[in-house]
Every structure is written in C-alpha cells, then in structure tokens.
Design a protein around this ligand. Structure first.
Ligand code: C5P
Length: 224
C-alpha cells in the first residue's frame, strides 16, 4: 500500500482530547474518543501517505504504520504540531480544550475542612488550527478543521472556516438525537471555498476513506 496515490506525501493529523491539569491527579478535558481522527490517519496511511499522528489521551488505540506523537495538553499539542511541520496537508480532528487551568496546583489539592471549594482560574489555550492556518511561509497546502454543531451546521461551519482561515471544515451534527457523539457513525458536511457538500450518514471508517480520497484529489496525487 505504500505505493498508493499519497506515496511520499507527509500529512499531519491531530486527534483525541487534550487534558489540562488542575493538580497532579485531576484535569479538565473535552469528551473525545479519537475514533474519527484515528480512522482518518489510517485511511491516509492506506493511500500511502507518511502520517504524523499527534494525539491527546484518546480511548481508541492509534493506528499502526503512522508516526505517533503522544501529548497531554493543548500547548504540548501545538509544540508537537509545529515540530512536525512542514507537511503537505494538516487535518485537525482533535477536540482541544479551549481553556487550561491557570492556577494549577503542583501538589494534590486537599479539602481544607471549611467546605469551601477551590476557585479555578482559567486561561485561554492557543488555537492550533487557526495558528497553522494563518502561518505565512510554511503553511501546509491544505488545512482541514472540524466543527461539531447541534444546529445550523452549514452556516456555523462556514463562519468557522472564515474565522480560522482553514481551507475545509468538516462539520458534523452532534445534537443528542443523532447519537453521533461517541457512536460509530457520522453525518458530515464538507465546507470548502465552493460551498457546502453534505454526505449521507455512514460509518466513521467510510467517512475517513472518502475524506482521504478527497484529500488525495486535492493534493493532485497521481491516480487519485
Ligand atoms: O472553535 P472550535 O473548537 O469549535 O473549532 C474546532 C476545530 O478547531 C477543530 O478542527 C479543532 O481541532 C481545532 N482547534 C484547535 N485548537 C484549539 C481549538 C480548536 O486546533 N485550541
């Protein structure tokens, strides 16, 4: 398979949640299994790409045959992404925590006996997708972001594409009635410079295969 249409192409995929420590034993995080990002990395590998897979603490195992870089926090994820550059395409499937705890404790926090809970202060994390999208020199030729929305999916995703400066947004409807969050299926809308394209509901593996094929086509890969 290493002689597939993406042979010799280097592609970065971020996946999973980030964990932001409160103290050495506690953290805040987003809910993310890493399933969609893992499937995308595997599908790109199957087309012959050299894949760097930067993953937070996900529940699914990383795919075989890719370069795995494990991180905990958003800031570590940004460092790992910048270290992996240059790449020809970057796919940001991670569910990055928007905030970290600014006053994280070095030692385990203890109940002080008064019943008063600790006050957490938050600081904004770097936006990895926007940072890479807005790079001048060295920007990947194709930058893909994700958007999880519960309503007005195409409209919010188009706004997000403009705000972040990425080339495509892969939007999914995560309203509770869909059962998509944590499930095996996904229903996505791809927003690019030409508009929105909605795909039928299908397995996350199939979404990954189609997305990888679309990426190969966009990169002008031989035989794609
Ligand atoms: O703004 P929102 O978090 O909904 O955007 C989601 C997209 O942005 C995803 O592609 C996600 O991987 C990326 N993102 C990021 N760094 C952040 C927040 C989101 O790369 N700090």
């Amino acid at each position: 398979l290493s002689d597939g249409p993406l042979k010799g192409r280097h592609i970065l995929v971020t996946s999973g949640p980030t964990h932001e420590p409160i103290d050495p034993v506690r953290y805040i995080a987003n809910r993310s299994s890493g399933a969609q990002g893992t499937a995308i990395a595997g599908a790109l590998r199957d087309l012959g790409a050299t894949v760097t897979f930067v993953t937070g603490p996900a529940t699914v195992a990383p795919p075989a045959g890719v370069r795995v870089v494990k991180v905990e926090t958003a800031r570590e994820m940004l460092d790992a992404v910048q270290t992996a550059l240059p790449v020809e395409a970057a796919i940001f499937a991670a569910a990055v925590a928007d905030w970290r705890v600014a006053n994280a404790a070095e030692r385990k926090m203890k109940k002080d006996g008064t019943g008063a809970p600790p006050a957490l202060e938050f600081a904004e994390n770097p936006d990895i997708l926007a940072t890479v999208s807005k790079m001048g020199e060295g920007r990947p030729g194709l930058v893909v972001g994700f958007a999880a929305e519960t309503h007005d999916v195409a409209r919010f995703a188009a706004d997000k594409r403009a705000r972040k400066g990425c080339d495509w947004i892969v939007a999914n409807d995560v309203s509770p009635a869909t059962g998509i969050m944590g499930g095996t299926e996904n229903a996505v809308t791809i927003i690019d410079e030409t508009g929105a394209e909605s795909w039928d509901r299908m397995g996350k593996q199939e979404v990954a295969r189609r997305l990888a094929a679309r990426i190969a086509e966009s990169l002008g890969a031989a035989g794609a």
